[in-house]
Design a protein around this ligand. Structure first.
Ligand code: FE2
Length: 201
């Protein structure tokens, strides 16, 4: 398990005005780092120190699970956004969204519904389940589709710390900005390809 924060894949001002440099300064440098520091304290000198984040997410509970999952979720969040993102996905992703939801627009409606319907803190996800089906969901707090053996494809953090500085209480505006301007479809395509069973090429 790495004890250093993985570098952001872009400059801190790259997602502005939808996610500002000030938000990333707080969210990445403080919140994400705090989860990593807490996790390092919890595993120090214990067998869990050599476990991967994925193993901890699948097998740990309590504070160990919460901090391991929040480190993983934020690593995944940073790559779920890009400047400029949103727009039309690559052909392979469009085909997968068509098959699962009847199109990108319906996917986005369901994703926004999941993000807005999450009471309190949590995450919205696009994931591929163990049977190979794409689905949209939301999870509370640190929970993650890996716990159900699904493969996450895209996520959005809907904890208030993710959007309050830029959007105040307008979570809907934050979710819309993510879908229209930040969603990293190339990352979804990579995750989809990695999730494909080897037997099917
Ligand atoms: Fe967060």
């Amino acid at each position: 398990m790495k004890s250093e924060l993985r570098p952001l894949p872009y400059a801190k001002n790259a997602l502005a005005p939808y996610v500002s440099a000030r938000t990333l300064e707080e969210h990445y440098e403080k919140h994400h780092r705090h989860y990593l520091d807490q996790l390092a304290k919890l595993v120090r000198g214990k067998p869990e120190e050599s476990r991967s984040l994925e193993e901890l997410i699948r097998h740990a509970d309590g504070a160990l699970f919460d901090n391991a999952a929040q480190v993983w979720n934020h690593n995944f969040l940073w790559r779920s956004m890009r400047p400029p993102g949103g727009g039309r996905p690559p052909a392979a992703v469009c085909a997968a969204l068509d098959e699962a939801f009847g199109g990108q627009r319906e996917f986005e409606r369901r994703f926004a519904e999941a993000a807005l319907g999450r009471f309190g803190s949590g995450w919205a996800w696009l994931a591929k389940d163990a049977r190979g089906r794409l689905s949209v969901s939301s999870t509370p707090n640190a929970e993650n589709p890996l716990q159900k053996n699904a493969t996450p494809l895209l996520t959005l953090d809907v904890w208030e710390h993710a959007y309050y500085l830029d959007h105040q209480s307008d979570r809907a505006g934050y979710v819309r900005a993510f879908l229209e301007h930040l969603a990293n479809w190339d990352f979804v395509e990579e995750n989809l390809a990695a999730a494909r069973p080897a037997s099917r090429g």
